[in-house]
Design a protein around this ligand. Structure first.
Ligand code: GDP
Length: 642
């Protein structure tokens, strides 16, 4: 169990037209001018994470990424696959909405940044309040329909500091509603800067996502596969033992030289991710793009911190027109690391123009798709709806134990993708196949039973509870009849048997013939019952071959205790009337067997003489031996069953 020894720092990214006041605003908020960070880095005064930070009214420290100059904007926004937690979108009140304002907004929309605050800056330069209202209306118009449609617009001046408290409050509120970063236990750090620190060696920075990194762990650098080890970690100028998802992180890597790692690489734990040279994606071309995106176009792909040229294959149509969406297969010239659901941006290499972007639907397509195959686009549509795993898990959770074919019907999914997803869920332990099978030997057919892990856990604990209650109510019974349990659970025989097997495999219950019981359950007699049991056993010991009858026993110790003695196998009842001490019973069976082996057959009289007992006991014993298949009767004699 990893203990969080620090608070993860959230990151805000700035956006907006050049000269609209981003850097000035960052300086007002943080006291640090972004240009200063660059100087400090150049003088190697500190491991600079490329941002300044501010303290919000509630005491939370927040990082702000602001790389001066608009050309770095995309890299900035994509800093880390997880990107930023919130956007601080700057629009100068005197100029209003400009082309770059729109472009940046489109990119934030493509990246699905839903948390943000709009700072309408330089209000000191606007005297006419009607103009200010007009600009604000404009801003709200362009926000409509984007991921930032609900972002508050705050009027601000860096000169008079008017609006500063409101801006800080708005940032705090918007971060409070930003979802925390997920920890999937598979960290990846897209490298955005690499440098060397005297006395330390290679340091890389990035925004960590999907897991935590720890000092001392081995890492791989993808796509090269070069290996290294984490020598030190730093977030926000503090040395850390571990770094958590969402944090801006500097990693000091040993065993790797500065020229072996570059911007765009991804630091991972060995084996967690593979690079890919092909991506199936869903893409939207910006409405104000100059021309359509055509099959075979060469584009610049931005994903994580990577930037690479890529060839576009348009699927299902010839082109994607401005404002439209479509399916693409991208073939980057440099391998990239991507996960389903990652966002990406495409730009035209020259003249530089942001085309649009979208979401990775399949990072490992099996092959180059044939472009106009209905099957291909149908499959991508299914994948894009949410991962099949998510859709399946959703369906499973609401339906309990169901057959694969029902799961397919109810989730609206089918085919190979679904099978793959079932396999994946099973390997992760979220889905259980019944009867239990090992995840790498799954053989799935349409009637295979599947259940979600939480549902199975619930069913198992309910079942165990029923058996536990049974033990409480019937302490003298060894176990509960499985048939009775089955009708209590109202499962079909098939489902019931599968559940019992799963429970028995987990050692939570034991099966014994028709009975089921808790492993720790033992029959406990009260001291008084114990006395009467011992007294009865003494009677069995004093006349072993002519013991008390069933009726005698029951009147001596009571029905329940007698039944318990039988269940405990202290006594063996061979007929409605006749019962023997278990040791004597075994001795008798063995001796009859020996006699049969010697003589080939026995009569009741011979057995009676053998034990010096009466006909009543012998007939009961021999009939019992017939029933359990040891002997077979032929007229007056018995032989051993072959
Ligand atoms: P950036 O390119 O978006 O980072 O813009 P800067 O922060 O460099 O600001 C551009 C210019 O606008 C600078 O000369 C700033 O001094 C000026 N400026 C920024 N904010 C304000 C403001 O609130 N009021 C006034 N009057 N000028 C501002």
């Amino acid at each position: 169990m990893i203990q969080k020894s620090f608070v993860e720092m959230r990151v805000i990214g700035t956006a907006g037209h050049v000269d609209h006041g981003k850097s000035t605003l960052v300086e007002v908020l943080t006291g640090i001018h972004p240009d200063r960070l660059k100087e400090e880095r150049e003088r190697e005064m500190t491991i600079d994470l490329g941002f300044a930070w501010l303290t919000l009214p509630d005491g939370e420290e927040v990082g702000i990424v602001d790389v001066p100059g608009h050309r770095d904007f995309i890299e900035n926004m994509l800093a880390g696959v997880g990107g930023i937690d919130a956007a601080l979108f700057v629009i100068a009140a005197d100029e209003g909405v400009m082309p770059q304002t729109r472009e940046h907004l489109s990119i934030l929309d493509i990246l699905h940044i839903q948390n943000g605050v709009i700072a309408l800056t330089k209000i000191d330069l606007v005297e006419d309040l009607d103009w200010l209202d007009l600009v604000e209306d404009d801003v709200k118009n362009i926000l409509a329909g984007t991921s930032l449609s609900d972002a508050p617009v705050i009027r601000f001046s860096a000169r008079s500091k008017e609006g500063l408290p409101e801006l800080l409050d708005a940032l705090r509120d918007c971060l409070a509603s930003a979802p925390p970063r997920s920890d999937y236990g598979k960290p990846r750090l897209p490298v955005d800067r690499v440098f060397s620190m005297p006395g330390f060696g290679t340091v890389v920075t990035g925004t960590l996502s999907d897991g935590v990194l720890k000092v001392g762990e081995d890492v791989d650098i993808l796509p090269s596969g070069i290996k290294g080890r984490i020598r030190g970690l730093q977030t926000h100028r503090k040395k850390e033992g571990i770094s958590s998802p969402g944090s801006r992180t500097a990693v000091n890597i040993s065993g790797v030289t500065v020229d072996q790692v570059q911007r765009g690489d991804v630091i991972i734990y060995p084996g967690d991710y593979k690079p890919t040279r092909r991506l199936d994606v869903h893409f939207r071309l910006l409405p104000d793009a100059n021309q359509p995106l055509k099959h075979n176009d060469e584009v610049k792909l931005y994903i994580g911190s990577a930037e690479t040229l890529a060839r576009v294959r348009v699927l299902g149509s010839e082109i994607v027109s401005p404002g439209e969406e479509g399916w693409l297969q991208l073939e980057p010239i440099r391998m990239v690391v991507a996960v389903r659901g990652d966002r990406f941006i495409l730009r035209r290499p020259s003249p530089g123009e942001t085309l649009g972007g979208g979401i990775v639907v399949d990072p490992f397509p099996k092959s180059r798709h044939r472009r106009f195959l209905l099957e291909t686009t149908a499959r991508l549509e299914t994948l894009a709806q949410g991962s099949p795993s998510e859709v399946l898990l959703q369906a499973l959770t609401s339906f309990g134990i169901i057959q694969m074919k029902e799961l397919f019907e109810r989730s609206g999914l089918e085919g190979e993708i679904t099978l793959e997803a079932v396999g994946e869920l099973s390997r992760q332990g979220d889905l259980v196949v019944l009867p239990p099978a090992s995840a790498d030997q799954l053989s799935l057919t349409s009637d295979t039973l599947v259940v979600s892990r939480p549902n199975l856990d619930q069913i198992i604990s309910r079942t165990v509870q029923i058996v536990e209650n049974f033990h409480k109510n019937f302490p003298l019974k060894r176990g509960m009849l499985k048939e009775e349990l089955k009708s209590r659970l109202s499962f079909s025989t098939r489902v019931f048997n599968a559940i019992i097997l799963a429970i028995v495999n987990r050692n939570e219950l034991l099966e014994s013939g028709p009975l089921i019981m808790q492993p720790k359950h033992t029959i406990r007699f009260s001291p008084q019952q114990e006395l009467s049991v011992n007294k009865l056993l003494q009677q069995f010991a004093s006349s072993p071959f002519t013991p008390p009858s069933v009726k005698d026993c029951k009147s001596e110790v009571g029905d329940d205790v007698y039944n318990a003695m039988v269940e405990q196998e202290k006594l063996v009842q061979v007929s409605p009337e006749v019962v023997f001490d278990q040791a004597i019973y075994r001795k008798m069976v063995e001796e009859v067997r020996q006699l049969l082996k010697k003589n080939g057959s026995v009569t009741a009289a011979q057995v009676r003489d053998l034990f010096n007992t009466s006909r009543k006991y012998v007939l009961a014993l021999l009939e019992h031996l017939d029933t359990i298949g040891i002997t077979v009767r032929e007229g007056d004699i018995r032989r051993l069953v072959k």
